[in-house]
Ligand binder design. Structure first.
Ligand code: ZN
Length: 258
């Protein structure tokens, strides 16, 4: 079921049912390397939730298309809510649904920068007797198949978009990454991470000072294929389907914390 398609009389018993799992797709509108559309981070979660909306006792909310994109703001088109506003947005969405009876929430997230805000809002819900899970799909994908490595604005995300909106990944914009290592001994391996003596460490810089395209971390976008994206979206959808069934079995927390 999709919340936006129900009227309030139809929504009432669904939200009051303690077995209902509410799926909240969340993302960001931000630069995604040389070929990824600005909507990459919300288009993908929305697609997962569209596929999962037919499950019994699952209710999908409209997507939240903005997030914490402070580190991408110097690329045109990026919209940044900032972390405090994002905590407020997530809290307001959870609390509205809680008021109507919902107690089980799965956030299907497309953007790592949102994690601290979602987790802060989710912990407040736990203390009120609700249970929230946060699915960061890009980190699960390489666990399902090591040939699906993750990064930002590179092949993994481009492949995912190609699975359902191939028209949005325009190969005419493919550009090789020019990576600016801070020093020869500090090799930039992700938009904010370098390797020193083989170990990862964060060095905070403007991404435009780090890599020309804005995308870095896994394979470059030129390696994305629709076949990869299709297999990955299908595999992750089925993993999420199984996870949601298990998640529903968690006893709700006692409402003893404030
Ligand atoms: Zn992304």
């Amino acid at each position: 079921m999709y919340l936006a398609e129900l009227n309030w009389q139809q929504a009432e018993p669904v939200l009051k049912d303690p077995d209902t799992v509410v799926l909240i797709p969340v993302g960001s509108t931000e630069q995604h390397g040389c070929v990824g559309p600005l909507g990459t981070d919300w288009l993908i979660p929305e697609e997962f939730c569209r596929r999962l909306g037919g499950m019994d006792k699952v209710l999908v909310t409209p997507v939240i298309p903005f997030g914490v994109a402070t580190h991408h703001i110097n690329f045109p088109g990026t919209i940044d809510l900032g972390i405090e506003t994002m905590i407020g947005v997530m809290t307001a969405v959870f609390e509205s649904l809680y008021r109507h009876g919902a107690r089980r929430f799965v956030v299907v997230n497309g953007h790592g920068g949102n994690d601290p805000a979602i987790e802060k809002a989710a912990l407040s819900m736990y203390r009120r007797g609700a249970q929230v899970s946060l699915i960061d799909w890009w980190g699960i994908a390489p666990k399902l198949n090591p040939d699906w490595p993750t990064g930002h604005g590179d092949a993994q995300e481009a492949a995912a978009v190609m699975a359902f909106r191939p028209d949005l990944v325009n190969a005419g914009y493919l550009t090789d990454n020019v990576v600016n290592d801070p020093t020869p001994a500090l090799r930039q391996v992700h938009i904010n991470t370098v390797l020193f003596e083989g170990a990862p460490v964060k060095i905070i810089r403007e991404i435009r000072d780090t890599v020309n395209t804005g995308g870095l971390g896994g394979l470059e976008s030129k390696f994305a294929t629709r076949e990869w994206g299709t297999a990955m979206m299908d595999g992750l959808t089925e993993w999420m389907r199984r996870f949601i069934l298990e998640f529903r079995r968690i006893p709700l927390p006692a409402k003893k914390w404030e």
